[in-house]
Design a protein around this ligand. Sequence first.
Ligand code: HSE
Length: 429
Amino acid sequence: MKQVSIALLGCGQVGTGLVKLLQQQRNFIERRTGIRLRIKRILVRDSAKKRQVRISGITDNIRHILDDKDIDIAVELIGGIEPARSYILKLLQSGKHVVTANKAVLAHYGSEIQEIAQRIGREVYYESAVCAGVPVIRSIKEGLLANRISLLMGILNGTTNYILSRMSEEGISLNNGLKQAQQYGFAEPDPAIDLQGIDTAHKLNILASLSFAIKVRPQDIYTEGITGIELEDIKNANEFGYVIKLLAIAREIGRNKLELKVHPAMIPKVHPLAAVRNEFNALYLHGNAVGEMMFYGKGAGAMPTASAILSDIIELCTKSLTYSHQLSHFPNAWGHKRIISMDETVSLHYLRFPIVDKPGVIGKIATILGNHNISIYGATASLVPVKKALGNVRVLTKKAKESEIKRAISEINRLPIMRGRAVIIRIEE
Ligand code: HSE
């Protein structure tokens, strides 16, 4: 039986999950593939630390992996940009295939890494970087290759989806939701990366590069997180027949333009993405031949992530170690699309104006919206139960240009009737 030696860089929750999964599945993998997988080396920061699983080959020196000619595949589980990026490049240059779960490094340096890998005939696999256990990368790269994809709409971050689900179902605060998500191990070491939509944008970057064969820079994606979402807006969304989700959207506008954005959005309760709760992720897409399609499953957590990593290792063993030509994982910008600015995008909007109640407040707001070509299709006003002079005006708009919404809101925010800043949540139908 052929033996393949593997090195792990990092052995936190995901690494531990991978070791466990490999132990559980070893016999099955050997019977299915005729390949014996052996974890030969594990790079850790603290070699004295007690671990949940029995592991051998621990080292705190990357050279022990780079110089070991017996190691065919290295799995990068360090996360973040550096030293992960440098290690990935060195691993490739020392002749190893790389499997990585590192969405940040791929979003920033995916093309560079891929170019180097291609030049030296090595592979970089990253199924676990997006939607963890749900095989979206392989599906887009291979299963949907015959399609022209025109829309990707996804819930790609387990932590924020968990928080929004708990806020909406139990009325808990964003901070308490985050604490729970951290206890389950979904959140990034710096949870601002989840909360501010950055992790979602990294994943959208990877999916859009792959689906549209374009180079996407992190700054090309408008990114807004969930820190401004209040229970009041979740309640209002429910009343209007919507739920609030942090969405990643890549949408073709005509044939040559593309909208790339991450922001909280209200979606109808009957939308397929509305039923995606807690740490689950989903990717809804449209291909010209397959039509609508949705992938769904756990998008965070040690074992779902380990499942995708192990699948990459097995695919590398069965394909790349035996064949030389692979479909490029990170196409190098042969697609031509202009990524439009957020100001050019058009959307329906929910607007909430916290006001001091006076006669004519709705009129003042409606006039300014009208001056900016924003049509209203619903408006209500309500008072704060304990403070009768304070209230909220809630407005649902017809399709309006982002630049006009911004101008109108900044004008309204300056009105003396406002007791706080207006809340803007886009609606995706
Ligand atoms: N923090 C990430 C999430 C982990 O919550 O989705 C998985 O990429």
